[in-house]
Write a protein of this length. Structure first.
Length: 147
């Protein structure tokens, strides 16, 4: 499975750790940057490429990381076919993937350990979206009301 990734300066080290781990586990990781730490970068600019890719290919998956995870979540959810969810526990990540069919996972670098990031990401990647009619109905409603 391909996993697109991007971060800002606050999430750079966590992205690098997670990227290495996922690669070792057999995931095809596409790192959209940044490629090196830059204390002055801005998350909209460092994550835009990944978000636009998922908007154009909503069946694919991505992980975005910033200091508290909220900024990248807000920015990602501005795009019509993106459903980004912020998580700090594996159970929470499974929940929004299952119920809300999220295609981007966002992580709060300042609030989780590298090991917790791995656990959260694996839980999210390994969970399939629910096919329950109530969840599919809600996704359709979101898409229709966002048009």
């Amino acid at each position: 499975m391909k996993v697109y990734m991007a971060a800002d300066h606050a999430g750079f080290e966590l992205k690098e750790h997670l990227k290495k781990y996922l690669h070792e586990e057999g995931y095809a990781v596409i790192d959209n940057g940044p490629k090196e730490y830059d204390k002055q970068d801005d998350y909209p600019l460092t994550t835009e490429k990944t978000i636009k890719h998922i908007d154009a290919n909503p069946q694919e998956r991505a992980v975005l990381i910033c200091k508290n995870g909220v900024g990248v979540t807000i920015f990602a959810n501005k795009f019509k076919r993106v459903r980004a969810g912020l998580s700090w526990t594996p159970h929470h990540a499974k929940s929004h993937k299952l119920d809300d069919h999220t295609n981007i996972l966002t992580l709060p670098a300042a609030y989780i350990t590298p090991q917790k990031a791995v656990e959260i990401t694996l839980a999210w990647l390994q969970t399939l979206p629910s096919a329950e009619p109530r969840h599919e109905r809600r996704i359709r409603q979101i898409e229709e009301l966002s048009a």
